[in-house]
Design a binder for this molecule. Structure first.
Ligand code: HEC
Length: 145
């Protein structure tokens, strides 16, 4: 009985710790990936709010993303693993989200004043969750160089 009471107390503590620390160690890791189930869920909400208008609700981007439009600009590429987003390590992905594409001659708006670094990482985890293991592993190889 005593044991049971302790167990209940302990689990209450764990549950409340978890509630205090949304980025804490109690999140559920996704097997073989750097992020958690919770990050992907938070990232998906942000993605739908800020990115989906251009990159598509499933990250499918523009079919003809390799061709410039009438203004000579590149359209939003897919982020779902079918284009070349996996060539970029986290540092570059974060920079793209923070500063947008304008510094590199592109047209993507900057999100540095809208999303903090953790939110940007959540968004990255969301679109990476759309990648096949094969694409993810190729990215991981670049990431760990
Ligand atoms: C107004 C349209 C628009 C919005 C909104 C937008 N993007 Fe983009 N994004 C682009 C375009 C266009 C490019 C191609 C490069 C450029 O022109 O800047 C791009 C490029 C990128 C790239 C580089 C992809 C690669 O394969 O090299 C990433 C990563 C990216 N966007 C992520 C995001 C994320 C995350 C959001 C939401 C927080 C977002 N974008 C919102 C238009 C947009």
């Amino acid at each position: 009985m005593r044991y049971l009471v302790r167990l209940v107390l302990l689990s209450t503590v764990i549950v409340s710790l978890n509630a205090c620390a949304p980025d804490g160690p109690f999140e559920t890791p996704v097997a073989g990936r750097w992020y958690t189930v919770e990050q992907v869920a938070r990232g998906e909400e942000l993605f739908q709010q800020y990115c989906a208008t251009c990159h598509g609700s499933q990250g499918q981007g523009t079919a003809d993303w390799r061709k410039t439009d009438a203004n000579g600009d590149y359209p939003p590429p897919p982020l779902n693993g079918t284009a070349h987003t996996w060539h970029h390590p986290t540092e570059i992905l974060l920079r793209t989200i923070e500063k947008g594409g304008v510094p590199l001659g592109g047209v993507m708006p900057a999100f540095g004043s809208i999303l903090d670094e953790n939110e940007a990482l959540d968004v990255i985890s969301h679109f990476q969750s759309l990648w096949t293991d094969d694409v993810y592993d190729r990215w991981l190889e670049i990431e760990s160089r």
